[in-house]
Design a protein around this ligand. Structure first.
Ligand code: FES
Length: 346
């Protein structure tokens, strides 16, 4: 606490310019009682407000559970997956926010309006507490519990217990929902791409002809048959590709011989750092930039890392064209896509 406002003379130096060894205790500033301390009606009103805030938390938790079950099964239509996931995340986030906000604001409002407003001062002392001090601390906690009036205020007691008891549902539900799920991590080593799969635009699913891709252009690509997958969203998360056409003379290297077609190259869109979608292409330098931590890959040179925390190149998808001129995959990726974890496991 600053002593300046209360007794500015205490800070005045001695005649020789030195400061005094000790300052007198300036005491507490004048205490103003709260409205609720003076008016029982205001006190009751504050109690109702705290009750309402904990009720908001209870409603938020229940709404979270409803949203989890009602929106948790994304559509299998690949054109609607993104918007369905956005809607689900929006509702889960909003309801979780209300569940947490209700508890937080309820506790703060309770402390500020209903708990006692007596001012206390505490002398500084050695850090290590003796047994007597620890007992005093336990006593202080017990006094605090008594002071909160929780035993007298039945409705509030029920509300706070209800809010705290229900809130863990928001954490437990997503975990329980995954019990019995598919934990076969081997699936992460393969994608839907295989020999002859056409490259299609994301999200329309329209197949791409080599003649559609002009030099310098970038296409966000998915397998044409994505909607046939059992879990299209999971498959899409692994198989997304960036398709870029360069002047063939600019290509300095690629990851396999004949893996590009007339300057058109396809690389995994999943950053090898921690898996963000790499999506920013700089046409002049042929650099692909990951917006998360700025890893930069050189598309003209096997998508090698030229800057940033990623440790390996983006895996290349070998491509060619079919009889009708559509771009197709020659095979799956030759290595797992995504973060470098896989490389370290080898
Ligand atoms: S995820 Fe791409 S740089 Fe970190």
């Amino acid at each position: 606490m600053s002593t300046h406002d209360n007794n500015p003379h205490e800070l005045e130096p001695h005649g020789d310019g030195s400061l005094p060894d000790r300052f007198e205790n300036p005491g507490h500033p004048e205490h103003h009682q709260r409205l609720g301390d003076l008016d029982p009606k205001a006190n009751k009103k504050a109690e109702r407000q705290v009750l309402a805030l904990f009720t908001v938390s209870v409603v938020g938790t229940i709404a979270f559970a409803v949203a989890y079950f009602a929106l948790g099964d994304p559509t299998t239509d690949p054109t609607k997956i993104a918007s369905a996931t956005r809607t689900e995340n929006l509702w889960l986030g909003l309801t979780l926010a209300f569940a947490l906000l209700g508890i937080g604001t309820g506790a703060v409002h309770w402390a500020k309006t209903l708990m006692n407003d007596h001012e206390m001062s505490e002398e500084r002392h050695a850090i290590a507490s003796d047994a007597e001090s620890r007992e005093a601390a336990v006593q202080a906690l017990q006094d605090g519990a008594a002071d909160s009036g929780i035993s007298r205020r039945g409705a509030l007691k029920g509300a706070v217990i209800g809010a705290l008891a229900l809130f863990p549902i928001t954490i437990a539900l997503p975990l329980i929902g995954n019990i019995g799920g598919d934990w076969n991590v081997g699936k992460l080593k393969h994608t839907m791409w295989k020999k002859g799969t056409r490259l299609a635009r994301d999200p329309s699913g329209r197949a791409i002809k080599a003649s559609d891709v002009t030099i310098g252009s970038v296409f966000h690509v998915i397998p044409e048959n994505l909607e046939e997958a059992e879990h299209p969203l999971d498959e899409k998360a692994k198989a997304v590709v960036l398709l870029i056409r360069l002047d063939p003379r600019d290509i300095r290297s690629e990851q396999g011989e004949g893996w590009s077609y007339d300057g058109i190259v396809a690389y995994s869109k999943i950053c090898t750092h921690v898996g963000c979608p790499v999506a920013l292409y700089e046409q002049q330098t042929h650099h692909l930039l990951c917006p998360c931590h700025q890893s930069t890959f050189d598309v003209a040179d096997s998508a090698k890392v030229v800057f940033g925390p990623a440790k390996r190149a983006l895996p290349q998808l070998p491509i060619t064209v079919d009889d009708e001129g559509y771009l197709i995959a020659q095979s799956d990726f030759h290595e797992p896509v995504g973060p470098s974890f896989w490389e370290r496991k080898k």
